[in-house]
Ligand binder design. Structure first.
Ligand SMILES: Nc1nc2c(ncn2[C@@H]2O[C@H](COP(=O)(O)OP(=O)(O)OP(=O)(O)O)[C@@H](O)[C@H]2O)c(=O)[nH]1
Ligand SMILES: [Mg+2]
Length: 219
């Protein structure tokens, strides 16, 4: 089916904070495709979003891991929703926060009907942790379309980057090319991720245009 790709142009700079939530009743209306940014604490989720939106501090970045403790929803150009999820795997987060974390993330990832894709972030300098692998397998198990992203690529030389990407790919059991290298400092990977996110609008629209035929096959 041929579609005009320009019909799906998204201005990523036109991004704004919508709301924070813990439980489904606090989520904003499920009226547009949503992409969740997931990963361990300090991996660079909030920074990646600022890079995508070309904003310095729309999404709060912190040197203290575990700073993002709610599900934060952002609107992009009235077309997409991007969600900053609290990071996992940081030992110093208070017990009360940890207890709240699991049900908060699980209900979001299992119940959010408009969630069309996840970006799962890995620090390019580390081998994925057990928590990372649990999350990866869990997303696959629930059939969530997930793109692995290796963050902080500016911290390594080109050769080391290549080696690390291969090691991460081996652990995830995906081809190295499936991993997007990104840096919120150099903005590496930004165009690729924007293209991917925009393409989701395209497939959504194809689904919508197919719906009437599917619903009434006899006509
Ligand atoms: N050099 C470099 N530093 C980065 C990059 N991305 C993030 N950082 C730094 O890593 C730290 C954590 O970044 P955040 O974006 O707050 O990480 P987060 O995943 O949102 O962390 P939580 O909200 O605690 O889960 C900050 O000091 C950032 O400046 C990157 O691409 N390159
Ligand atoms: Mg954050």
């Amino acid at each position: 089916m041929s579609q005009d790709p320009n019909a799906f142009a998204v201005n990523f700079q036109n991004a704004s904070f919508v709301t924070s939530a813990v439980k489904p009743k606090g989520y904003p209306p499920a009226d547009r495709p949503e992409i969740a940014v997931i990963g361990r604490s300090n991996v660079g989720k909030s920074s990646l979003m600022n890079s995508l939106f070309q904003r310095t501090n729309l999404v709060k970045v912190s040197k203290t891991p575990g700073r993002t403790q709610l599900i934060n929803f952002f609107d992009v150009d009235n077309q997409l929703s991007v969600v900053d999820l609290p990071g996992y795997g940081f030992a110093k987060v208070p017990q009360s926060v940890k207890r709240q974390w699991r049900p908060m993330i699980e209900s979001y990832l299992t119940q959010r009907t408009t969630l069309v894709a996840c970006l799962l972030l890995f620090d390019i300098r580390r081998i994925p942790s057990e928590d990372d692998l649990d999350m990866w397998n869990w997303l696959l198990h629930f059939d969530r379309l997930t793109v692995p992203v290796a963050t902080k690529s500016d911290k390594l030389s080109k050769q080391k980057r290549r080696n690390q990407i291969q090691r991460i790919a081996n652990v995830l059991d995906v081809p190295a090319e499936a991993i997007v290298q990104s840096s919120s400092k150099t903005h590496a990977g930004r165009d690729k991720l924007r293209q991917f996110m925009t393409s989701l609008l395209w497939s959504e629209s194809e689904e919508e245009s197919l719906e009437p035929e599917n619903e009434s096959p006899g006509e």
